[in-house]
Design a protein around this ligand. Structure first.
Ligand SMILES: CC(C)(COP(=O)(O)OP(=O)(O)OC[C@H]1O[C@@H](n2cnc3c(N)ncnc32)[C@H](O)[C@@H]1OP(=O)(O)O)[C@@H](O)C(=O)NCCC(=O)NCCS
Length: 173
């Protein structure tokens, strides 16, 4: 697979928004919307057979700024906010991981995650953190080898769905 670094967030948004809810069961991450990104925001596109079959996005973002957003979400929906802290000074956030369903379970998710971490360390990042649903905890800790997980919070949305979130992080090697 050919992995290319890009700053074409229009393409990323278009790709993720064109997936069915089954293939990508998330709304577009607030911090990677085209009106939120900045010059330190990047995406990875994984190419196979002349098509993009995998994505990732990463950006420099202090965990403090990240928590301002989530604290508002938890308070809006009367949820629990565990207000975690994570180590690091030059902190980088990653999200928007997707692998085309025809290409899953071949290690593409692991390769994309490893390349993303390498790019972050090369930019001087000392920590990579990500948000994950509790159901994806084992994938992050065991498959993607993040160092730690900490509870972020939870809430019940207006449709009655309970949503619980963790932060996982990896310290630069
Ligand atoms: C999650 C996703 C990116 C994995 O991509 P992938 O290329 O199939 O992953 P890999 O082939 O690198 O790794 C597969 C391994 O992860 C494991 N895994 C996948 N989803 C898992 C989950 N929810 N919980 C635990 N392990 C999981 C598989 O069992 C497999 O383990 P094995 O190698 O021991 O058999 C892909 O399923 C996807 O795009 N899902 C929809 C979007 C999504 O959920 N993104 C992640 C947001 S946190």
């Amino acid at each position: 697979m050919n992995i290319l670094v890009s700053q074409d967030f229009n393409k990323l948004v278009e790709l993720l928004n064109s997936q069915t809810k089954d293939d990508y069961p998330y709304v577009m991450d607030y911090f990677f919307k085209t009106d939120q990104i900045d010059s330190n925001s990047y995406c990875l596109f994984g190419w196979e057979d002349n098509n993009i079959v995998a994505t990732y996005a990463y950006r420099k973002l202090s965990f403090k700024d990240y928590m301002v957003y989530w604290s508002n979400v938890f308070s809006k929906f009367n949820g629990e906010n565990f207000n975690p802290s994570i180590p690091g000074i030059n902190q980088w956030y990653s999200s928007c991981q997707w692998v085309h369903k025809d290409y899953r379970n071949k290690g593409i998710g692991v390769s994309m995650d490893a390349r993303k971490k390498e790019e972050i360390w090369a930019q001087g990042g000392d920590i990579n953190y990500a948000n994950c649903r509790v159901s994806m905890k084992d994938y992050h800790l065991n498959t993607l080898k993040y160092d730690e997980s900490v509870e972020l919070g939870n809430f019940t949305n207006p449709s009655g769905e309970f949503k619980d979130y963790l932060i996982v992080y990896k310290v630069a090697v």
